[in-house]
Design a protein. Structure first.
Length: 381
């Protein structure tokens, strides 16, 4: 059984049913039924046209369910005749499905869940395990999301930026349970890039590849975080870095700069450096300036303060940091790092302790606590 093939066909099959006029929620249920049937039948008899087979089975399941529902007699005109089986249509409505799943009426968490289910082809159980929530909770979230978008016309234009933000949310969830969400986000973004020629789609794909390339070096065997400067660059995936850089260069050449391209450019400069000392921090600051202009994000300005500290010295970094709200996430951690670079170990240790209390996860908290302990040990006579 080729699970990758099944998951790759899911969005286009669902899109065909919706294009034919099926209600989104009912269509998605029918596609899931067809996938279950494929898992049962295909190991012994895989069809020559897998997509066509799935469309035929899913459409029949939809018809059966609709005909059995006496409360939906208004659909009878739609379901009187079943399209004759035949080769799968060549048109690809996958892009519209992305837009539908990232509809602005959905919350970010609902959009992510619906994208993983409808476009990614993951089961509710897999998504629930990935997000560490009960399956019933995730089922309710997906069901509400499907009801929300069921009345949306499938031919309405969608916002690429919203789709990209949803995919980036998936990517940043990383890995938990039995689904590698970072890898899944890359797969979905590749699929989107094949459906639409857009420099920001390419920029996001490049960014994901460049970040994912460093994954193996980010933690020790016991799960402890390894800062970028201390990572073993021999463990970085050079093929992914090369692919990400090539995709980014092609996108930048189109001269339609967006935030994901700018982020990818920063990641590429880190990926190109053979050592932490060889990092081109001056150019990274310039890219952060571009990114701040595009987004006006305080988080971007926080990261820029770190880059300024590396390019122009820790006091310049602290000066850039002083203009930002101390309540920002990771503000204390950045301040601790810059004070340590400036030689003020007492202030740095205190700030590391403060940052550890505010850490969003156990791994980051433990890392910051170790940093504080290290500085306190250094300060002892």
């Amino acid at each position: 059984m080729d699970e990758v093939l099944l998951r790759s066909l899911t969005p286009s099959v669902l899109a065909v049913l919706v294009r034919r006029g099926a209600d989104f929620a009912a269509a998605e249920d029918a596609v899931q039924d067809a996938l279950v049937e494929a898992v049962r039948v295909w190991p012994d008899d895989q069809p020559r046209d897998p997509k066509g087979w799935l469309i035929t089975v899913a459409w029949r399941r939809f018809l059966d369910a609709t005909r059995a529902d006496t409360a939906r007699r208004r659909r009878e005109d739609l379901v009187e005749e079943e399209p004759a089986p035949g080769p799968a249509p060549a048109a690809d409505d996958t892009l519209q499905l992305y837009f539908l799943c990232a509809h602005p009426s959905l919350s970010p968490s609902a959009a992510v869940a619906l994208t993983l289910r409808a476009v990614g082809g993951l089961t509710t159980r897999q998504i629930a395990r990935a997000y560490l929530v009960p399956e019933a909770t995730m089922a309710q979230r997906i069901s509400r999301a499907k009801r929300t978008v069921s009345g949306v016309r499938f031919d309405q234009p969608g916002d690429v930026g919203t789709v990209l933000r949803v995919l980036y949310l998936v990517f940043n969830e990383g890995y938990s349970g039995d689904v590698d969400l970072a890898a899944e986000a890359i797969r979905l973004t590749r699929q989107l890039a094949a459906s639409i020629d857009h420099p920001e789609v390419a920029g996001l794909l490049a960014l994901m590849l460049l970040h994912h390339a460093r994954r193996a070096a980010r933690t020790t065997p016991d799960g402890s975080l390894v800062p970028l400067a201390e990572q073993d660059r021999g463990r970085w995936d050079t093929a992914s870095i090369a692919e990400g850089v090539a995709i980014l260069q092609a996108a930048l050449a189109r001269d339609r700069l967006g935030e994901f391209q700018a982020q990818a450019a920063i990641a590429a400069l880190h990926g190109d450096a053979r050592s932490a000392e060889e990092t081109d921090w001056v150019q990274i600051v310039e890219w952060y300036d571009e990114l701040a202009r595009l987004t006006d994000s305080p988080v971007v300005r926080l990261n820029r303060a770190v880059a300024v500290g590396e390019a122009d010295g820790p006091r310049a970094g602290l000066a850039a940091l002083a203009a930002l709200d101390a309540a920002l996430p990771r503000h204390a951690a950045v301040a601790a790092y810059l004070h340590e670079r400036d030689g003020d170990l007492e202030t740095a240790a205190r700030l590391y302790v403060e940052a550890a209390r505010k850490a969003p996860n156990t791994a980051e908290r433990d890392h910051l606590t170790r940093q504080a302990a290290r500085l306190n040990t250094m300060r002892r006579p």
